[in-house]
Design a protein around this ligand. Sequence first.
Ligand code: MTE
Ligand code: MO
Length: 556
Amino acid sequence: MRSDNRLPGWAAALIGLVTGAVAVGVSLPAAGLVKASAFPVVAVGDAAVDLAPAGLKDFAIRTFGENDKPVLLAGILAVMAALAVAVGVFAARDLRYGLAGLAAFGAVGVAAVLTRPGAGPADVIPTVAGVAAGAIALRALLRRASAARPDDARPEEIRSDDARPEKTRPGDAHPKETGLGDARPEETGPPVMRAGRDRYAVNRRGLLTGVLGGAAVAGVSGLAGRALTSRSEVSAARAGLVLPRPAAPAEPIPAGADLRIRGLTPFVTPGRDFYRVDTAIVVPQVDPRDWTLRIGGMVDRPVELTLADLLKRPLVEADVTLCCVSNPVGGPYAGNARWLGARLADVLRDAGVRSGADMLLSTSADGWTCGTPLDVVLDGREALLAVAMNGEALPVDHGFPVRQVVPGLYGYVSATKWVTEIKVTRFDRDTAYWTTRGWAEKGPVKTQSRIDLPRDGARVPPGRTVIAGVAWAQHRGVDAVEVRIDGGSWRRARLAEAPTADTWRQWVVDDWDAVRGRHTIEVRATDATGHTQTAQRAPVMPDGATGLHTVTVTVA
Ligand SMILES: Nc1nc2c(c(=O)[nH]1)N[C@H]1C(S)=C(S)[C@@H](COP(=O)(O)O)O[C@H]1N2
Ligand SMILES: [Mo]
């Protein structure tokens, strides 16, 4: 169906965009019915995350922080919009080109969807439905926009700026066949607009109603899709989960753990403020009734636990500070919570770990993998299969229903969220998600300290000024924090209490007499092994940043 480029570019572009919107809109409720990860836009995003070079991801985390995913999705939508415009422009030349473009679009979506972990054939349904709806929309829009016969209007009605459809009387039309398109006598439409030279023509009313119709279809199905995808039985199940009492409760958090200084990071991080780092664009929705954890590999008795099985075990409460290897010096990717869970070591002992194993390869519901040093998990620390955070079932973002928590290791080698499988194996046989991308195999947390107050770049009045922050060296414990101003001598900060060596510690210097001018403040921590943080700067890649957090303030 050649249309001889009768549509001006803007109309073709608009048609392309509406086509794209219809395709995406229709695929969403289909994904709501099949499964959220079968939504092609998200699948393409997830695939892009997995395929992106580690350096780029690191850059994204550093640059966009926790907004890296919205930024990625916005980027994908922008690329899709550009491709949709191209589909419209090509379709205006020849519908077949546009359909081929749509099909190519769909092929990328299908490829992305099918390569997602746990994908089945049904997962292509949303993409196929979207592409089919897009094809129908494209055809209909082109027809509407160009169906009016360019030659059935009298020349004086053809103006570039003013269409007056009401003047058209069917009887006045004198169609002449010029070969320009498929004008059929039974179609009575408004006169056609010709922009500029007579080469382009568009039926504005047809285009407008078509666009509105397309937008309505996209909007309604998009809303229906949202309702379907967020109709989360998982959040209902989460709300209904009854947490057993811990067999080994933690002591109440000592009053002295939180200095209660305004602007200082609180000792316990509420779930909603807890940093989030993962590769999932849409977090896995794991129904606790279907969840199981399989433990296999180098074990005598492979086991499969249900959530009920796990909750029957004696549960332990532990305060543990988690942090991310991608946290730059002074950065925000650390949080502290009270976790409740089963001891991973006990579960492994029941399975019978064979000699020679040195690594746990854990896998999450979305296929992410993590390699954890086995000796660390078995050395008596509170390495947990956690089901709760701060007295509540894990938030979905933080791994509901079950995640790993291992004090002293960065999250990428220990803290698998939505964990469904643990394989006992060896470092020389298996690799995990981030280690195949250049990050270190073992990720012990480096001793770190951060200045929260005053903020970098702050203006503060002269006089007594509080300097405060947090420091961490999980499982070793923080023994000392020192602060120095303008490169002077180090002065000891007062440390808040810490219930165990597994959490961060608040610290404060409250006797700084700030005088006018610009000042730099540096901090360093010493852990209980006697190791003092190095001033030597290292990037986050491959095993965590080093260097001293430094802030500059103006006293005026
Ligand atoms: N399934 C899954 N678990 C994961 C990750 C992930 O990408 N997928 N990221 C890990 C990393 S790098 C970190 S730092 C912690 C962060 O946990 P949080 O998001 O609960 O703070 O989760 C870990 N667990
Ligand atoms: Mo991380």
